[in-house]
Design a protein around this ligand. Structure first.
Ligand code: TYD
Ligand code: ZN
Length: 407
């Protein structure tokens, strides 16, 4: 175990969770690409000063993001409905002015901006991964094919003027240099503008032992306390924190320039709750790490037993999480011959590192296995409803968070 330097405040980050060497979570190589596969140490901990939970090591961005980046935010009906509701709310709150302008960082396939574009409101998505950016363009959305930083922020402001709001979902925690990000936000926002972002919540990750939320892209996992500290270091103020029931527990943060907006009571409430849960303490993260080791033991034990009994087990869902779980637990095709996923750009590829093939969901429904490990556990309700026939014919779901259990 070694320590690192906090990316936010320069404090000491104590390595507490070690998930071994791992390939990039969304790597999903084609079969002929596996000989070039790279792996990196994956360990994490919290900062002694600002409490930001973060990875110890950086994975080069070209190893994480590629033109065919496979994650499509529109892949779930629940997510689509959520982002449409977000967009409608932004249209009614932040974007009511005559020439309102919104910038979305990591606009992916345009799941949120589609509603903004339909309303005829000025917008710009910033999305470096070409394939998803092209899907958004096909929906009539303006997209800049770049990474967001203070240089692109200045260029956007020069061309379009300042933004009333900047939004980001499930991508802000991916940004290695958040200090530079906030400089870009400072450049881009109007005096009363807000930066709203929603990202997996550390409190939920810890409460659910969701160690599979840790992978190379998730450089940070935010809490209200760490975001408040980060905002203040950059000359902003955290003015709201709202829980969102996505990705197994997400928090939506609103940051504004100091004293421009009323601070919602939720900020103090979540700070008090986090203090009570001792969320920032090393002891809490150490307990989490012990629970994660137990999950590995139990899951490999269960899968080994089921194989000995001649049961058929497959995986359901190929989120980036499947990479963390299978590589950390040493699970390969001998225990899980394939996983299914509805995302066409993942099908025909392999889970990075463990090399489990990703097939289309038809491979599951055509020949139901005895058990299915639900890797997309954050979509449990949607998937279990869709796959009722599996359960009705005696099939059972295996979940591994917060502990290994069968339902
Ligand atoms: P998700 O948890 O949204 O992403 P991440 O990669 O950030 O962990 O991924 C869920 C995956 O599950 C995604 O690849 C699509 C897949 N999926 C299905 O195969 N069927 C479904 O019905 C749903 C809702 C998702
Ligand atoms: Zn720090």
């Amino acid at each position: 175990m070694s320590n690192g330097i906090c990316r936010i405040c320069g404090g000491t980050v104590k390595e507490t969770v070690n998930l071994g060497r791992q390939p990039s979570g969304n790597g999903f190589p084609l079969p002929h690409e596996i000989e070039h596969e790279r792996s990196f140490p994956l360990s994490a901990g919290t900062c002694d000063s600002c409490t930001m939970f973060q990875l110890l090591d950086d994975v080069p961005s070209e190893a994480k993001y590629r033109d065919e980046y496979p994650y499509h935010a529109s892949g779930s009906a629940v997510h689509r409905a959520h982002f449409e509701a977000n967009a409608r709310r932004f249209l009614e709150t932040e974007l009511t002015g005559p020439d309102a302008f919104i910038v979305e960082i990591g606009s992916n396939d345009g799941v949120m901006l589609a509603t903004i574009a339909q309303a005829g409101v000025r917008h710009l998505g910033v999305e470096p991964c070409r394939e998803v950016a092209d899907v958004a363009r096909g929906r009539g959305i303006q997209v800049l094919g770049e990474f967001f930083n203070e240089n692109t922020a200045a260029a956007i402001r020069a061309e379009h003027g300042p933004a009333n709001m900047v939004f980001g979902a499930n991508c802000i925690a991916h940004i290695v240099d958040l200090r530079r990000l906030l400089q870009g936000i400072d450049t881009l926002l109007t005096p009363d503008g807000v930066f709203i972002f929603e990202e997996p919540y550390l409190g939920s990750v810890i409460a659910q032992n969701a160690f599979d939320m840790i992978y190379d892209e998730h450089v940070h996992i935010f809490s209200v306390r760490s975001i408040k500290a980060m905002a203040e270091l950059a000359g902003f103020e955290l003015v709201n924190a709202e829980p969102v029931p996505l990705h197994g527990g997400t928090m939506r943060y609103t940051i504004a320039r100091p004293s421009r907006r009323a601070v919602a009571p939720a900020v103090a409430e979540f700070l008090a709750q986090e203090r009570e849960q001792r969320l920032a303490e090393h002891g809490t993260i150490e307990k989490f790490a012990a629970a994660v080791r137990k999950i590995r033991e139990d899951l490999t034990g269960l899968l080994g037993d089921l194989r000995a009994q001649g049961k058929r087990v497959v995986g359901y869902g190929a989120p980036a999480k499947v990479t963390t779980v299978t590589n950390y637990c040493g699970i390969g095709t001998e225990l899980i011959p394939f996983v299914v996923d509805s995302t066409p750009s993942k099908q025909g590829r392999l889970v990075a590192g463990s090399h489990i093939p990703v097939l289309e969901p038809g491979a599951f429904s055509a020949d139901h296995p005895d058990y299915a490990v639900l890797f997309a556990w954050n979509h449990a309700e949607e998937i279990m409803a869709k796959e009722q026939a599996f359960r009705e014919r005696g099939g059972r779901w295996i979940l591994y968070v917060p502990d290994v259990h069968i339902v």
